[in-house]
Design a protein around this ligand. Structure first.
Ligand code: HMG
Ligand code: MG
Length: 307
């Protein structure tokens, strides 16, 4: 199969990227990051999560962030919601400031489900069912994220059968999109293809995406493995920010800049300006007081400094 000619990147930096930061990141900086991503040409951005502030304090300003980013034309903004309470909070914003999309997040591993959202996989699906129905009633798209699809920090190995079981469960409760997530970055290309193949048995190509953390340096290879299957939607995080508070030691998502550099070399269109994403990475890295993790951002910043 030839590679896709266009790829959609969902920048999850403002949510997945920042949720794990110990130091409080000012709301204005989160809003400015989203603004810069929009200016760079990102058309899908995960801006925050409506989860318990006791569990993830960094996302406690979710409503303020959502209100302040407004509704840039042509941009789809999404937020994570673990339950009805989260959905109701996301929808409490005035109609012009609501998200376009919500993300329910389950796991292919029982142990991770318990640690991350405090319930079993079966309970999580029952919790998501009314969320999906209520979101659809107000015309919100619902994406599902399936964590630990390539391995679990508590359980270890996760099989394609275990992934497919949750894919089927998500399909049955009516989600529109299935994201396969390698939460701890242990996946390698052939194993990623095996997991993706299970998602594609139940969702069309256009509604399957990959979410790869880069803990073991495999994320770009895994994106490429998905491209070989025709998959053309990926989550990525500006500056390579991120991690999950319930997956200790896991590093950030594959960096948006690194994916863009590879796609540019493959002549695959994204509509996104790599240099502007590097600027956004430099901005948020300054706020956090450290260099971007992204190889491409650092290389391009060094080239600029030398010019
Ligand atoms: P729980 O304690 O079982 O919930 O937590 P509960 O329903 O028993 O409620 C307990 C308290 O939380 C109550 O407050 C509720 O009101 C409150 P209290 O009476 O004690 O004051 N509460 C909420 N508050 C705000 N927003 C809500 C909400 N729900 C309940 N939505 C819960 C269950 C799911 C809420 C909790 O476990 C939680 O918030 N977990 C967050 C987990 C999380 O955000 N993880 C990181 C994101 S997932 C991720 O990063 C993976 C991903 O990137 C893909 C990948 O890489 O794998 C997506
Ligand atoms: Mg993640």
């Amino acid at each position: 199969m030839s590679l896709p000619s266009h790829v959609t990147l969902v920048d999850v930096g403002p949510r997945d990227g920042l949720q794990n930061e110990k130091q409080p990141v000012p709301t204005e900086a989160k809003v400015e990051l989203v603004r810069r991503l929009v200016a760079a040409g990102l058309r899908e951005i995960e801006v925050t999560s409506f989860v318990s502030p006791k569990w993830v304090p960094q996302m406690a300003d979710n409503a303020q962030v959502l209100a302040a980013v407004g509704r840039p034309p042509g941009v789809r903004l999404s937020v994570l919601v673990p339950n009805m309470k989260g959905l109701e909070a996301a929808l409490a914003a005035p109609p012009g400031q609501r998200p376009d999309e919500v993300v329910v997040f389950g796991a292919a591993s029982e142990a991770f489900s318990q640690r991350n959202i405090n319930c079993s996989i079966a309970e999580s699906l029952e919790r998501f069912r009314p969320v999906v129905a209520a979101a659809h009633e107000v015309d919100l798209k619902v994406r599902a994220a399936i964590s630990c699809a390539l391995g679990c920090p508590y359980q270890g190995e996760v099989t394609p059968d275990e992934v497919e079981r949750v894919v089927v469960g998500m399909k049955e409760i009516g989600v529109d999109h299935c994201g396969i997530a390698d939460t701890i970055g242990v996946g390698t290309p052939r194993r990623v293809q095996a997991a993706m193949e299970r998602a594609l048995r139940h969702f069309p190509l256009v509604e399957v995406s990959g979410h790869f953390h880069d803990t073991y340096g495999q994320a770009l290879a895994n994106v490429y493995a998905c491209l070989e299957m025709g998959i053309h939607t990926f989550d990525a995080s500006v500056g390579g920010l991120g991690g999950c508070p319930y997956a200790k030691g896991a590093t950030g998502n594959v960096a948006t800049e690194d994916v863009l550099f590879m796609l540019r070399g493959l002549d695959i269109d994204t509509g996104i300006d790599l240099d502007a994403v590097v600027d956004a990475a430099a901005f948020i890295s300054d706020v956090l007081g450290r260099k971007p993790v992204s190889r491409s951002a650092n290389a391009l910043l060094a080239r600029r400094a030398a010019a």
